[in-house]
Write a protein that binds this ligand. Structure first.
Ligand SMILES: Nc1ncnc2c1ncn2[C@@H]1O[C@H](COP(=O)(O)OP(=O)(O)OP(=O)(O)O)[C@@H](O)[C@H]1O
Ligand SMILES: [Mg+2]
Length: 456
């Protein structure tokens, strides 16, 4: 492993480094937090051993910075007797282990070796993923845990069901799982189940023998067989017809299928990943999706959250999109940044990307401004609040139509809820009130408005 040792006690640091070198690791040794940060920024380590108390930069900072790297090294913190509490704090911040000083050098060796064996397989895999596919943006806690689960399930043969609204990144995640899996050297075969009419989908999936139907003038191998040794990605599985579902069920049960017009069952060894933006529970209840197939698919569900539930991802996604087009993130004006970061993006990542593409064209050589996005106008904010607010009040009170405060307030609340795609917490944030307050206002406004109505 590549290991960094950081301790302001130079002697101790060197001792540990020498021992680890002897054990076959590549070790860098620094005697301060600042130096440690510089090394972590410049190199890629598998493990960082850091003292917690160092005069220049605290070990906790070294720990947090190290864990932000991708791939992140494991961190063991070393701390003097009597500060076990800080050690616990360090574990919470992502350290894998801690050593209370004074410790024996054997103890260090033991812990490092254990980590080396536990992690080597995992790290090999993570690195492979990073090399093969562009890593997914996952700055939000929600998305990070989805990716962590995806990485874990990738190492198994388990069927994965990816759920999520349109444009959230389900197809991307399927690809990610493939490249993180042991089937990654095999093919990744993608089937858009909704793009084809039933009979065509079946002949694509299962293949056919010569003469199986009119026009089948030669034998054709299906996509299932093409996925041998790799991953079969059944996209939009929720749209498959009931009769095709029966055949897929059989395939999921024993990995066998029969090509159209053939009498011989064939076997395929492939991991299955399926995705849908449909509520399959509901589809089962409505009788358009087979329950037994649902259970076969729903072994390991991964739910990709909509963008409005992981707003921390918006700006990193935008920056990444611009970077891929050779555009620095600073091209986005501060107002535009602020606005897109709080927009609900009902079409999720895809809508964000489309809006950026359009804005890039409109902006040409100038910065991308708010006006380059056709988003609903923003609520009043910042220094402009005063004037906008008084202008609004002015207009409302001088208008010809009678003003209805309760009705106005209710419309405003509903508009906020609609704007955030029904996410009450986000709506409350937009309105600058708590979610509880939002609920109670809606309730009392509804009561008041219906009371008024019944009196008339
Ligand atoms: N986490 C992410 N990091 C970077 N790019 C992403 C991420 N998630 C989605 N994208 C991008 O957003 C776009 C939409 O993603 P994708 O096609 O995977 O969505 P989807 O959920 O499969 O949509 P649909 O339901 O319409 O099939 C793609 O261009 C994809 O590259
Ligand atoms: Mg998709």
């Amino acid at each position: 492993m590549r290991i960094l040792v950081a301790d302001d006690e130079a002697k101790l640091a060197r001792l540990i480094a020498e021992m680890l070198e002897l054990a076959g690791h590549h070790v860098d040794c620094v005697t301060g937090g600042k130096e440690a940060l510089a090394r972590i920024g410049a190199e890629s380590y598998d493990l960082v051993l850091t003292d917690l108390r160092m005069p220049d930069v605290d070990g906790l900072v070294v720990l947090t910075e190290a864990r932000k790297r991708s791939p992140a090294p494991e961190v063991i913190v070393m701390t003097a007797h009597g500060t076990a509490e800080t050690a616990v704090q360090a574990m919470k911040a992502g350290a894998i282990d801690y050593l209370l000083k004074p410790f024996s050098i054997d103890e260090v060796r033991l812990r490092v070796n254990r980590i080396a064996s536990e992690r080597s397989e995992q790290m090999k895999n993570a690195r492979l993923v990073d090399q093969l596919i562009p890593s997914l943006v996952a700055d939000s806690g929600a998305m990070r845990s989805v990716l962590a689960a995806a990485r874990q399930v990738a190492l198994t043969d388990t069927t994965v069901l990816i759920l999520g609204e349109t444009g959230t990144g389900k197809s991307q995640l399927a690809r990610y799982i493939h490249y993180a899996s042991k089937q990654s050297l095999g093919p990744f075969v993608e089937v858009h189940c909704s793009a084809l009419p039933e009979s065509l989908l079946e002949s694509e999936l299962f293949g056919f023998e010569k003469g199986a139907f009119t026009g089948a003038d030669q034998r054709k191998t299906g996509l299932l067989l093409a996925a041998e040794g790799g991953t079969l990605f059944l996209d939009e599985i929720g749209e498959v017809s009931l009769s095709t579902q029966v055949k897929l069920l059989r395939f999921l049960q024993d990995r066998t299928f029969v090509a159209l017009g053939s009498s011989r069952a064939e076997k395929v060894n492939a991991r299955v990943v399926a995705a849908t933006n449909r509520d399959l529970d509901d589809a089962v209840k409505k009788g358009v999706f087979r329950e037994d197939l649902y259970y076969r698919l729903n072994v390991f569900p991964l739910r990709v959250p909509p963008l409005r539930d992981r707003m921390d991802d918006i700006l990193p996604l935008a920056a990444r999109y611009l970077k891929e087009r050779g555009v620095p993130p600073s091209k986005l004006s501060p107002e535009a940044r602020q606005r897109i970061a709080t927009h609900a993006w009902p079409g999720n990542v895809r809508e964000l990307e489309n809006a950026l593409e359009r804005a890039l064209i409109l902006a040409a050589d100038d910065p991308i401004e708010l006006s380059h996005f056709s988003l609903p106008t923003d609520r009043a904010e910042g220094p402009a609040t005063g004037s906008l607010k008084s202008e609004l009040i002015d207009r409302l009170l001088t208008s010809e139509a009678a003003f209805d405060l309760d009705g106005f307030e209710r419309d405003l609340l509903y508009a906020a809820i609609a704007r955030t795609g029904g996410n009450k917490a986000a709506a409350a944030r937009l309105l600058g009130i708590t979610r509880r307050r939002l609920y109670s206002r809606i309730k009392s406004l509804n009561e008041r408005l219906t009371d008024d109505g019944s009196e008339e």
